[in-house]
Design a protein. Structure first.
Lengths: 240, 126
């Protein structure tokens, strides 16, 4: 489908860039996203809708935090850990941040290897990304367990404003779900890459259509988005 | 954005075009490593803001600056938005402005709620 759509335009002149290109792409009375496959465009549009969901979570957190008359619990102390006898504020969250950034880096490398058709390294990097993602979820489970033991509930906690618990569980829970889905997604793609599906054009089990190495990039878009959301959660929920 | 246009010059066969498109988002590994290191550095800086207990306007502005820089690097380089055509960039990056407007509205609303609560629900009315 891609090649048909592009074949149509192969006789066209060179397409303008910049603002002029933006206007001509959108007013071309054809598909607006030139040389972006449908899979990629749809992933971007899904990510945009996800941006609105997380945006609404974060802004409702902001609203309850501004409007409460009870002091907000200090996240720096709530998420502190005793490591070898030293009291480190927010240390687990910092480690989680670094793990997720590292996984984003390995993902970017996987995409790069994928486009070089380096089957083996692509698969290995995808699995490494999935392992890092899974360890992130593991640390989040540890954090949840710790907080629940300390008495944090969606309707109250020992340190201050009740809304702290509901905002925390809602935002990090939704993000953790995204990471978990991403890990599953990564493992499926890694298996396909390892088996050589994208080299041999083996039909997918669900769509029965041939996959391409572009799938790795599309998975990467989702994975980087999960990291991107964490950047905002880290800044606005944990550091604020 | 240059490769985007040169993928469409000439009368290449449809298959060849698709191939070239597939190899489109191909960038030097060095760039990814540099961005990766920057993300580490910026995250460390954000953590240090908390570690050194910076407070007030300085804390908030530093947190927001580091956050924006990290988000920008991820979207521009890791997600390849820098190399996509503007038609896609604008379609994806402009709508979130609506969220920012919503934030502005809710700041006003939340302040109003807080003032009402202080005025009508405080322990000593007056």
């Amino acid at each position: 489908m891609q090649s048909i759509a592009q074949g149509h335009r192969s006789a066209e002149m060179r397409r303008p860039d910049g603002i002029e290109g933006f206007v001509s792409d959108w007013s071309s009375d054809q598909r607006a996203f030139k040389n972006v496959s449908w899979g990629k465009a749809m992933m971007w549009i899904f990510l945009l809708s996800d941006t609105f969901i997380f945006g609404c979570f974060l802004l409702s957190y902001m609203t309850v935090r501004i409007s409460t008359t009870v002091p907000w619990p200090n996240p720096s102390e709530v998420f502190a850990l005793e490591v070898f006898g030293t009291h480190l504020p927010l240390i687990l969250i910092a480690i989680m941040t670094f793990v997720l950034i590292t996984s984003s880096g390995t993902m970017a490398m996987a995409v790069n290897c994928g486009y070089r058709r380096d089957r083996r390294n692509t698969a290995i990097l995808l699995v490494v990304t999935a392992i890092l993602g899974a360890s992130f979820v593991g640390m989040q489970a540890f954090e949840w367990t710790k907080l629940i033991h300390e008495g944090v509930r969606p309707w109250g906690n020992p340190w201050g404003a009740e809304q702290f618990g509901s905002a925390f569980f809602m935002i990090t829970g939704f993000h953790g779900t995204h990471v978990t889905i991403g890990v599953i997604f990564l493992l499926i793609v890694a298996r396909k890459v390892w088996r050589g599906d994208y080299d041999t054009g083996r039909p997918g089990f669900f769509t029965s259509r041939k996959g391409r190495y572009e799938i790795v990039e599309i998975t990467g878009l989702y994975w980087h988005f999960v990291d991107l959301v964490w950047v905002f959660i880290f800044a606005l929920f944990y550091l604020w | 954005m240059t490769h985007a246009s040169d993928a469409h010059t000439g009368h290449g066969a449809a298959g060849g075009m698709a191939m070239r498109h597939e190899e489109g988002q191909q960038h030097p590994i060095r760039l990814y490593l540099v961005v990766w290191i920057w993300l580490f550095v910026l995250s460390t800086f954000s953590y240090l803001v908390d570690y050194f207990h910076l407070q007030g306007l300085l804390r908030w502005s530093l947190i927001l600056v580091f956050m924006t820089l990290k988000a920008g690097l991820i979207v521009a380089v890791f997600m390849h938005m820098k190399w996509e055509r503007l038609a896609l960039g604008y379609a994806i990056l402009l709508p979130p402005i609506a969220v920012l407007i919503f934030v502005a509205i809710m700041v006003l609303e939340a302040d109003n709620t807080l003032l009402s609560r202080l005025q009508f629900f405080s322990r000593d009315p007056g």
